[in-house]
Design a protein around this ligand. Structure first.
Ligand SMILES: [Zn+2]
Length: 126
């Protein structure tokens, strides 16, 4: 696992209705047995079950794959057509700068996990 993947952070809104804390953790930490994510506000602890951990693991694989393709992604654009013109957005920007979000079921509720990964090198964006 390269350093960027180790540093990838994931966060979600605390499930406690009365708490507006943001629970964040490192993706690599979540793959360790008996890992618990803690809410910095209410100190609630979250333990992820095997299914959720497996999904996070797959997401990590996806990030690794994107990272490996980074040199070609820098040359790829996705065209988005808005009225009267087409805007080209680099794939690398879509994949690494914008928030990646995955909705997973946690304790019977749909929770949005946000991933923040920094590009491995500034040269990716030209
Ligand atoms: Zn909380």
């Amino acid at each position: 696992m390269d350093d960027n993947i180790k540093m990838a952070e994931v966060d979600f809104d605390c499930l406690d209705r009365d708490c507006d804390g943001l629970v964040s953790f490192k993706l690599s930490d979540a793959l360790i047995d008996d890992f618990q994510a803690l809410c910095p506000n209410c100190h609630g602890a979250y333990q992820f079950d095997d299914e959720l951990t497996a999904k996070l693991n797959k997401l990590r694989d996806l990030i690794v794959a994107v990272r490996k393709a980074e040199d070609i992604l820098g040359d790829c654009n996705v065209a988005i057509t808005v009225p009267e013109r087409t805007v080209k957005v680099p794939y690398a920007l879509l994949l690494t700068r914008l928030n990646t979000m995955i909705t997973l079921n946690l304790a019977g509720r749909e929770i949005d996990f946000h991933f923040r990964i920094e590009p491995s090198s500034p040269e990716t964006f030209r």
